[in-house]
Design a protein around this ligand. Structure first.
Ligand code: AMP
Length: 443
């Protein structure tokens, strides 16, 4: 091993340090509250799943499975993968835990890390956190609109500005195959002008070309036939209904006929959510319902989702419709940091517990716990022996009272209480300290 070896986080992964936790907590609290309101139950699944679960659901020819999955063989010979997303594991859990037999719909939400071996860049990591919602067993189009509404409400609660919802329909097994053929025909003469990845996609997963960000593919993509012109009657009606629901709740959206998602299991409604700015970046602003003009600020989505009516059956369950979405937490944290909208700093510390000598230290360890149980914010420096440095810390924290316990006090069962404002000191009984402080803090 080299002598100067310094361990670092793996590429594309990072520590979430104490000063950042407040943003994660803020997001968690809002998501949990909204999930509760809409009657979602929280679910956790293992970080590892059988690799085939993802190949079968997300699609073996998708980037996520093909290029980005952390998969490996265990010592026992199982093929496992770190979850690259949550929907397939949750569908697996829904089937495995007998939730198909519960009264439907079954609504589940989650919050936790995912892993994709992507090329790391700003806003794109190899370990990232997602929260999301899944609704199983309800085919009504109102659920599609409500799923979008839930994400929209969370972003509003987080005070994110200029939220842009993009929406499309990807059709179903009735109309999508015809559209795919149409698209493949259109691309036949243009294949040479596509990027390397898209040439492969043209053969394996033609819809994914619509999602390509490479400059050279854009003119070809912009002239391509649009699925919205080729939806079957059922998909057309559903899409119209979803848009009407969104209009009803005055949720602004943009129709993006080229929106396709990177996962094969989607059918019908798909959506992505971005933040925007009111200024144009030269590509012309996009008009939102209500006459608002917004331009995507970041090309990266904050959230995405849609309907996946075939997934449960594909994974061995019954023919159960479903709809859901996921949001990327790091991208939201970045926006919260920029608007410095973390929750207020820690509740103020009211008292400081200082100690001198071994017996006093032992007793302080115990009293500190009593303050916690009594819900009184206390601080200590049990690792420090100098009284001066302990009281310096008490001063820095701006506490109202310091409690000082020396060897003599510990032996006599008393403790010194110092009013940090007036400097006045008194002694009180050690076993009455919590009660006494409670009384004084009320004044
Ligand atoms: P997806 O499962 O690809 O639809 O992703 C849902 C959301 O997760 C996206 O809209 C992003 O906000 C976030 N996300 C996806 N991949 C990454 C990544 N590699 N790094 C950070 N966030 C990501």
């Amino acid at each position: 091993m080299p002598k100067n070896l310094r361990f670092q986080t793996p590429t594309g992964m990072s520590d979430i340090l104490p000063e950042e936790q407040k943003y994660y907590k803020k997001i968690y609290d809002i998501v949990a509250e909204i999930a509760d309101f809409y009657d979602f139950g929280k679910i956790n699944t293992p970080v590892l799943e059988n690799s085939d679960l993802f190949a079968k659901s997300i699609g073996a020819s998708t980037d996520i499975v093909n290029k980005e999955m952390y998969s490996f063989k265990t010592k026992g010979g199982d093929s496992l993968a770190l979850r690259p997303e949550w929907t397939a594991p949750i569908a697996r859990a829904y089937i495995e835990n007998g939730m198909q037999s519960l009264p439907q719909p079954v609504r589940l939400w989650y919050f936790g890390p995912c892993f994709r071996h992507e090329r790391p860049q700003a806003g794109r990591y190899r370990q990232f956190w997602q929260f999301g919602f899944e609704v199983f067993g309800e085919s009504d189009s109102v659920i599609d609109a409500q799923t979008i509404q839930i994400f929209y409400n969370i972003f509003k609660e987080l005070k994110l500005k200029n939220i842009i919802v993009e929406i499309n329909s990807m059709g179903d097994s009735n109309c999508r195959p015809y559209y795919k053929k149409l698209l493949a025909n259109y691309l036949k003469t243009k294949e040479f002008a596509l990027c390397v990845d898209c040439r492969k996609r043209a053969r394996e997963n033609v819809l994914r070309i619509l999602d390509c960000k490479e400059g050279k593919c854009q003119p070809i993509k912009n002239q391509a036939p649009q699925i919205l012109d080729h939806l079957c009657d059922e998909c057309k009606t559903r899409f119209k209904q979803v848009l009407e629901f969104l209009d009803e709740i005055e949720l602004p959206y943009i129709l993006n006929p080229y929106l396709v998602r990177g996962l094969d299991y989607y059918t019908k409604t798909v959506f992505e959510i971005f933040t925007g700015s009111k200024e144009s970046n030269g590509q012309g602003p996009q008009a939102l319902a209500g006459g608002l003009a917004l331009q995507r600020l970041e090309p990266q989505a904050l959230a995405g989702g849609g309907r996946y009516d075939k997934l449960v059956k594909l994974l061995g369950g019954r023919d159960i419709p479903a709809c859901g979405g996921a949001a990327g937490i790091e991208r939201i944290v970045k926006l919260l940091k920029a608007q410095d909208e973390g929750p207020q700093k820690r509740a103020e510390v009211s008292i400081f517990l200082a100690q001198l000598g071994d017996l006093a230290k032992r007793k302080c360890l115990k009293i500190f716990e009593e303050f916690r149980k009594a819900n009184i914010r206390a601080a200590e420096s049990l690792g420090k022996d100098s009284l001066k440095s302990q009281l310096n810390k008490a001063n820095r924290l701006g506490v109202r009272y310091s409690l000082i316990l020396g060897q003599k006090e510990a032996l006599e069962g008393i403790i010194i209480i110092k009013n940090m404002e007036t400097g006045k000191q008194e002694t009180i009984k050690l076993d009455k300290a919590v009660e006494e402080i409670k009384k004084r803090l009320k004044k």
